[in-house]
Every structure is written in structure tokens, then in C-alpha cells.
Ligand binder design. Sequence first.
Ligand SMILES: Nc1ncnc2c1ncn2[C@@H]1O[C@H](COP(=O)(O)OP(=O)(O)OP(=O)(O)O)[C@@H](O)[C@H]1O
Length: 466
Amino acid sequence: MEAADVVAEELLCVEAELQDVQGQIQALLDRQVKLCERQSELKALLEECEASQDAVHDNRTASTDDWSANFEWDSRAEDVGFNVFGITSYRANQREIINAVMSGRDVLVIMAAGGGKSLCYQLPALLRDGVSLVVSPLLSLIQDQVLGLTTLGVSAYMLTSTTSKENEKLIYNALDKGEIELKLLYVTPEKISKSKRFMSKLEKCHRAGRLSLIAIDEAHCCSQWGHDFRPDYKNLGILKIQFANVPLIALTATATYRVQVDLMDMLHIPKCVKFVSTVNRPNLFYRVREKSSVGKVVIDEIADFIRGTYSKNDSGIVYCFSRKECEQVCGAFPFMSLMLHPLPNVSNISSYQVGIWYQCSPGLQYNLTLPISFFIDMVIRVTKEFFEDREELKKFQLLLTYRIIVMYLTPSRGRSQKGGAKERWLMRKYGMSKDKRGNITKAEGAGPRRENHSFPCMNQILNLLW
Ligand SMILES: Nc1ncnc2c1ncn2[C@@H]1O[C@H](COP(=O)(O)OP(=O)(O)OP(=O)(O)O)[C@@H](O)[C@H]1O
């Protein structure tokens, strides 16, 4: 036998063996996915069992008060609502929440983003005598709120790292002696856990009977079962311990039953009145598609979706798993300008909060030398519009692409959080569900657009992707 034949024969053997190994790897990977799925299913079942046990306990402590009845502050509330906030009617649950807070109860509010949570503590803050403390996780949110309130003529201040010495002195004087009018004071959770000076001033304000309300915004950050756990939020339990007679309202747009229970426990509000509103947004239309493993196909699909759904001057955000993916996607879209920066969210896992800002029209592409804060503001504005356009019910189309294997194997926030397994399993169920796929197919064909699902809510989807 020729030497070449020998080599060729061995090559054939090696190739056959390689193919065999490849088959085994594939089989093992398939098995791994199946096991991961089953693991998530079992964890989800376990959580459900635990949650239903807690629910039995919860029902025993539930309140039966009628918060939509008439109350003595009704006409004052209407007056402030109209003359300060410019509202002519309440949105779902707002009046009931305000009444519960005004009655001195602790309250837990779960309301969709843009549902009008702020009014639920801002209006009582103006109706009650004294200072209302608002804890919020993000400087940009605080700045937005304070600016909005001062524009409305409300004496609102923030005590953060950006507060001037002059304002800080003014705020401390207001807490200390009540010298100037201070209705709402916004702080980050770090202020509560790290500033002894602030806590002692707050204590003084409380002793003088001038601390009227405590509001905790984005309260899901307290819970490790939530998707945005912030260690400093964990210390907020101190507020109810130190200021037991001051009503506390905790607000969030996203809290599973498990997170709600955790919040009530951590904030020491076991007897709170709970208001849970629907998270369904009828103006959001989701398309859920299984993603090809070929990058080019995915990118083409996204491009077709953007071109086919939006007009030239529209803009939007593409969320990716990683910075690298953002770069790849951006490189493939000449018409996209790049907003490559971790979104200004709260946790230390920000590398997953990566988005691309795009503008369809090349003429309007953003100058990338603009400060990053410009893009951040823009993203916040668009995201808010997206949730807030209630009156007009402006329609938004969303495309969610997923690959089962990536969902299970990519480390994401959803993987590390407590309860993340359940959310991943629900996401998988949502993506794979025959009914929903049926709706999706109909929506993409000639039939009426009905692919609007209330579950999982937008927040859950975004939280998993970020
Ligand atoms: N009763 C109402 N009538 C009309 N507009 C309202 C009413 N309540 C709130 N709004 C408006 O709805 C918008 C969204 O309210 P808000 O920012 O309080 O929502 P949110 O639930 O706090 O949202 P997010 O979760 O994004 O913080 C604001 O522009 C607010 O002025």
C-alpha cells in the first residue's frame, strides 16, 4: 500500500471518529438543555407550592376596608389633583391607594410602568402636613421627579451627591427646624444606610412630628427574588423600625408573588394594604420568534422587522446580551447609530444592560461624540414615552427573538437572581406555547393583529434580556 493511501485511510478513520465525537457532544448538549429545562420546571413548581402556602397565610391578614368610599379629604384631594397635577380623574387604583395612605396605612403598590404610581405618594405628600421622604434608586429618576415637581410649584428637593452645599444646608435646616417649606425630599437608599448625619436629622424631624410619609419607589430592589436587587435597599427596613407610626408606601411595576412577600417582610409592613393592578398594556404588540443560530439570518430578520414596521423617522432600542453582540449587530446595520453603553440601571451587573440606539433615517444619525448622558436621557425619554402614551394609545411593536439553548446557557441576570429559574421557564413556555404561536402567526398573516399578550409583562421580558 502506498504511503498516501495509508495516510488517507487514517484520515478517514479520524474524520469518522471526529464525526462520532461531534454526535456525542451534540447528544450531550441536547441532554443538558433538557435537564436544564426540567430543573427550571421543578424549581418553578417548588416555588409555586411555597407561594400558595404563603397565599393562605396572606389571606388571613388581608384587609377588607373599602378604599373607594368617601373620605373627609376627598374634595381637598380633588382640588390638589386638578390645580397642582392637572388631572381630571384618577387612573385605576390611584384613588384607593391615596385613601389608604391618607388613612395612615402602610401600602404596597404593584402597578405597570407609566400607570401613575408617583401620584399615589405625591398627592398624599401635599395633603399631609410635614415632609414626605421618597427613596428612589436612580439619580436620573430623582432629578426628573424633582424637576417635574418644582415646575408644578411643589417644594421638592433631593439630597444626593449632586446637591449643592447651599441646598444641603437648606434641607438640613428644614428637617431640623422646619424653617422652610419642604414637602418632598428625594434620597437614594445609600443615604439611609450610609449617612448618620441624615438619619439623625430625619429622627429629629420625626420627633417634632413633621415626618408625614415614607415612599419607597422601585421597591422590588429590596428583594433578592427580584431582578434588580440593591444591597442598600435591604437596609430600608430600618425606616419602619425607627418611624413606626409614619405610613410607608412601597411601589413597583414588577413584583412576583414571592417578591411581594419578601418586600412586606423586609420593610416590616406585614399588615400593609396591597394593590395589584394589571400589567397588560394593550398598546404593546409582541412578536416572539425562535432565533436562527446563524448570525446573519438573525440580523436580517431584525432589519426586516425594523424596516417593515417603522417609518424613516422612527427610532428605537435593540437590546442585546452583551457589548460584543451590540458591536456585531451595529456593524451589520449601517443605518443604525450606536448607543453602546450600559443603560443607567441600578445594579452592579450592568454589563448585561446593553442596548443599541437606532435611528432609521441616516440623516438623523446621532453624533457619537455627544456625551453619554445625552444618550441615556434619550433612552429614558423614549422608554417612558413607550409606557406612558396612554391617552393616545400609541402602538408599539416589539420583536423578541430567543434561542432556548442561549436562554439556559448564557449567564444573565435571570440566571443569578433568586427565582430566575422560574422566570426562564415561564419565558420558554411563553415562547413555545402553541396558542401564543397561533396568535403570532395570525398576527403576522392576513388576520387581525391580536398578538398582544399580557404575560409575561414587558418588564419581565426586558428584565430577562437585560
Ligand atoms: N390620573 C391621571 N390622569 C392623567 N395623567 C396621569 C394620571 N396619573 C398619572 N398621570 C401621568 O401619567 C404619566 C406616568 O405617571 P408616573 O410617572 O407616575 O408613572 P409610574 O407608574 O411612576 O411609571 P414608572 O414605573 O415608569 O416610574 C405621568 O406623565 C403622569 O403625569
